[in-house]
Ligand binder design. Structure first.
Ligand code: PLP
Length: 374
């Protein structure tokens, strides 16, 4: 029988435990596993290499993303770091010009020194992407919608271009999750997640993941780097991630519904210059979003009239949006990204990024209204 993704997600880790019948998975904290009398290992050897709780999470995520193999990491950034480590000096990588700044910083500060060559491109312009491709290009990195400006990138077109150059396409699907966007079905080779965000969903776990469409050479290198280096998701983190995945459907649907209402309402607000949300018909990427997103996401950003000082005032006057970094939890967050990203940030200095939580949309709009109108 074929199930809907919601059903798979709701059942994450709920198969009865063979030893106890428990419907919530046990947390296997063992670091090592017994061999038989001939010295042969069983299914598990040592938890750096693989762990039953982590494996349960990895199998659930691979299924949700339609990939062949998933690997859990200790953070989204260790997932990003490991994929870079699986490239060789001299390899060329194309990054989007609007990307989670942590990834840009990590690559610029550390992997360029290792010998990776990097070009940043506005991937909304496919000709610019085509021109940036080189014979040495091995990886094209896409983030859609992008953080924090919510640019929408055409995954199908990027896959075509990337593959024509013999490179692989990685899509950071943290903001969308497989419930909204299915990058592997659209042609991506690798999907990256910060599990810390919507998959965990409660701002209480730090984790990351890579999902591979095929068990190819790059996947094998990542398996080796993960097992030999050990930047893996811990068992309790894997357990929390599975618990989050079970409620992802209803949580994210509610957040998307509220985000759309808030984005429309903000667009008409006298103190708002513009709103970035792919669900708005006026968003330049709306048509692409319609073709590759089932919903438009729980994230939005908007530009406040009156510059950075006014934007910061709005953050400080809000009661319901915590002024904190991160996203995808049950609580709403609002952040002045340019301050966080620091000098050289390409983010407009009057931009506020919002992660819409599970509070009632009307309360969130009332709170924003008082914060904007003061
Ligand atoms: C799109 C995206 N990718 C990756 C990361 C990094 O994940 P983590 O904080 O789990 O290391 C983040 C964090 O904000 C993110 O927003």
């Amino acid at each position: 029988m074929t199930w809907n993704l919601d059903t798979h997600l709701a059942r994450t880790g709920t198969e009865p435990d063979p030893h106890t019948g428990a419907l919530a998975p046990p947390i296997h904290t063992a670091s090592t596993y017994a061999r038989d009398s001939d010295g042969n290992p069983g299914a598990f050897v040592y938890s750096r290499l693989s762990n039953p709780t982590r494996q349960q999470f990895e199998e659930a995520l691979a299924l949700a993303e339609g990939g062949r193999r998933a690997m859990g990491f200790s953070s989204g950034m260790t997932a990003a770091m490991t994929i870079c480590q699986a490239l060789d000096p001299g390899d060329h990588v194309i990054l989007p010009h609007d990307i989670y700044f942590g990834v840009r910083t990590l690559i610029a500060n550390h992997f360029v020194r290792w010998g990776l060559e990097v070009t940043e491109v506005d991937q909304r312009d496919l000709n610019a992407v085509q021109e940036a491709l080189k014979p040495t290009t091995r990886l094209v990195w896409v983030e859609t919608p992008s953080n924090p400006q919510l640019n929408v990138i055409d995954i199908r077109a990027m896959a075509r271009l990337t593959h024509s150059a013999g490179a692989q396409l990685l899509v950071d699907n943290t903001w969308s999750t497989p419930l909204i966007t299915r990058p592997i079905e659209l042609g991506a080779d690798i999907v990256l997640h910060s599990v810390t965000k919507y998959l965990g969903g409660h701002s209480d776990v730090l984790g990351g993941a890579l999902v591979f469409a095929k068990e190819d050479e790059r996947c094998q290198r990542v398996v080796e780097l993960s097992g030999e280096g050990g930047a893996v998701l811990d068992p309790f983190g894997a357990w929390l991630a599975m618990r989050g995945m079970r409620s992802l459907g209803p949580r994210l649907r509610h957040q998307c519904e509220s985000a759309l209402r808030i984005a429309k309402w903000l667009s008409a607000h006298s103190q708002v210059e513009s709103v970035n949300y792919p669900g708005l018909a006026s968003h330049p990427g709306h048509e692409i979003a319609r073709s590759q997103m089932a919903l438009y996401g729980g994230m939005l950003s908007f530009l406040v009239k009156g510059g950075a000082a006014n934007a910061l005032r709005v953050v400080n006057r809000s009661h319901l949006f915590a002024n904190a970094t991160s996203l995808g939890g049950t609580e709403s967050l609002m952040e002045h990204r340019a301050s966080i990203e620091g000098k050289g940030s390409p983010t407009p200095d009057n931009l506020l990024r919002v992660s819409v939580g599970l509070e009632h949309a009307e309360d969130l709009m009332a709170d924003l209204d008082q914060a904007l109108s003061a």
